[in-house]
Design a binder for this molecule. Structure first.
Ligand code: SF4
Length: 237
């Protein structure tokens, strides 16, 4: 495939592993041009990446997947950050959303959160990505076991797009120091112990000694919504 030759990861990924977030974003902008998007859940740890995007690529679409189940504080914070940074927000939604989803299918998040996440997040995002070639994400290796092997630039395991992770090597501590040093805002629920925030049904506050994501899908053996499922480049032998 022509695109695969053009963006030969074996030649570039080693260099980008050593690059700064700004350098990685610049490379992505030059390489993928108007086929590049970013995603954000607009929580506290999203802020440094959104800041870098605002500096380097303010016009790229920043996708927020609106399941209809977010905390109202998240929507308010999202709108505040979009205004503050001058971002190009793009809201992606499932076909049937929020209350209508619950009336139609019931509380699927309680019975099968994987199915709920697939319908509300993964499928709408995959449909949106049919018009793009690359996706900037804010994942970090210190977040989950699944993310430990992730690279700065990866290829999706079965769909024809690249994933770019500019802050992949940052720690939670580095993220928070950056926010403090640049006087950037935090999500309004941060002070109440919500250090990783998704849909309200599946997010709980955590204690100061717990992993940031310990409050996600508390009653299930689930750590990922399904968007970040590994990559061809880090699953190959
Ligand atoms: S995080 Fe919870 S409510 Fe949101 S889509 Fe996934 S299972 Fe459904």
């Amino acid at each position: 495939m022509e695109d695969q030759k053009k963006y030969d990861l074996s030649k570039i990924k080693q260099n980008l592993e050593e690059a700064t977030p700004t350098e990685i974003i610049r490379w992505a902008v030059v390489t993928f041009k108007d086929k590049l998007i970013a995603t954000s859940s607009f929580q506290t740890h999203s802020i440094p990446l959104l800041f870098f995007i605002s500096q380097e690529a303010p016009k790229i679409p920043v996708v927020f997947i609106d399941t209809g189940f977010h905390f109202p504080e998240t929507i308010e914070f999202r709108d505040h950050i979009v205004d503050l940074f001058g971002l190009n927000l793009k809201v992606v939604e499932p076909q049937i959303k929020g209350e209508e989803f619950l009336r139609t299918f019931g509380p699927v998040y309680n019975q099968s959160p994987d199915a709920c996440c697939f319908y509300n997040k993964v499928a709408p995002f995959y449909l949106f990505m049919k018009n793009y070639q690359a996706w900037i994400s804010g994942i970090r290796r210190d977040q989950t076991i699944n993310r430990k092997q992730s690279l700065a630039v990866e290829q999706h395991p079965f769909l024809p797009y690249h994933k770019i992770n500019p802050v992949i090597g940052w720690s939670a501590r580095e993220i928070e120091l950056f926010i403090d040093e640049h006087s950037l805002p935090r999500h309004p629920l941060w002070e109440k112990g919500y250090r990783s925030i998704g849909c309200k049904w599946c997010t709980s506050a955590v204690g100061s000694e717990e992993n940031d994501r310990a409050g996600r899908w508390l009653n299930f053996d689930k750590t990922e919504c399904g968007l970040h499922i590994g990559s061809k480049s880090n699953t190959e032998p």
